[in-house]
Design a protein around this ligand. Structure first.
Ligand code: G3P
Length: 217
C-alpha cells in the first residue's frame, strides 16, 4: 500500500519524506487555508519536496470552471493531480481532463456507486472518506471494501485512496482490505511507528550493554 500524507504543511511533509516511506501528498482547501500562504506558492513548495503525486483541489462548482482551474494548477508542477468533488459537474470535468491526459482524484466519496461513476468518467484516483462516515455512525471502511470489490469485479484501474483517516486502525484495515493508498495525517504517521515494547526493548538492550561494559572495567 502506498502512503500519502494528508497535509499542506511543508515541515510535516519534509519530516515524513525523510522517513523514506512517502509516496505522495493530498491537500484540500481546509488544509491549505491553515498555512497562511498563497495556495499556489504552497503547492509549488510541496511539489519541490516530493516526487510523487500531489493532489490540489478545484474550487469551481461548474465543469468548465473546474477545467480552467485544473489547467492553471497543472502549470505549478508535473506531479499535480487535480482533486475534484464527486458531483454531476465534477464527473463532466473528470471526463474532459482524462481526455486531455490530466490525472484526477475524485474526492468526498461517500458511496460505492459514486466511486463506480468516478472510475467510468476516467478518474485516476477515488477518495472514500472513512473518518467522516464513522462520525455519522456508518462504518467508513465498509465503503472501501465495497469499492475494492466492485473495482475488482470489472478490472477497474482507478486507485483507491483511503482518506479522512483518524487512527492507526484505519490504516491497518485499509491495508487488510487491499486499498491502493492511504492518505494519512502526520500525527497518525508518527503513531504507526510507535510501540511501547520497542522502547522498552531498546532500554533493556542498552542497560544490559552498560552492565557488560561495567564488568569489563
Ligand atoms: O483530504 C481529505 C480528507 O482526508 C479530510 O480528512 O479529517 O477532514 O475528514 P478529515
Amino acid at each position: 500500500m502506498k502512503i500519502f500524507i494528508d497535509t499542506a504543511n511543508v515541515e510535516e511533509i519534509k519530516q515524513a519524506n525523510d522517513l523514506g516511506v512517502l509516496d505522495g501528498v493530498t491537500t484540500n482547501p481546509t488544509l491549505l487555508s491553515r498555512e497562511k500562504n498563497n495556495p499556489k506558492k504552497q503547492l509549488e513548495a510541496i511539489c519541490k519536496i516530493v516526487n510523487g503525486p500531489v493532489s490540489a483541489e478545484v474550487i469551481a462548482l461548474d465543469a468548465l470552471g473546474m477545467v480552467r482551474e485544473a489547467d492553471d494548477l497543472c502549470k505549478i508542477s508535473g506531479n499535480i493531480v487535480i482533486k475534484i468533488p464527486i458531483t454531476t459537474e465534477g464527473l463532466k470535468a473528470t471526463k474532459i481532463l482524462s481526455t486531455k491526459g490530466i490525472k484526477t482524484n475524485l474526492t468526498l466519496c461517500f458511496s460505492p456507486l459514486q466511486a463506480l461513476l468516478a472510475a467510468k468518467a476516467g478518474a485516476g484516483y477515488v477518495s472514500p472518506f472513512v473518518g467522516r462516515l464513522d462520525d455519522v455512525s456508518t462504518e467508513g471502511l465498509n465503503l472501501v471494501a465495497d469499492i475494492k470489490l466492485i473495482y475488482g469485479n470489472y478490472g477497474i484501474s482507478t486507485e483507491i485512496i483511503v482518506a479522512s483517516i483518524r487512527s492507526p486502525m484505519h490504516v491497518l484495515e485499509a491495508a487488510r482490505i487491499g486499498a491502493d493508498i492511504a492518505t494519512i495525517p502526520f500525527k497518525v504517521i508518527t503513531q504507526l511507528l510507535k510501540h511501547p515494547l520497542t522502547d522498552i526493548g531498546i532500554e533493556r538492550f542498552l542497560n544490559d550493554w552498560d552492565n557488560l561494559k561495567r564488568t569489563e572495567r
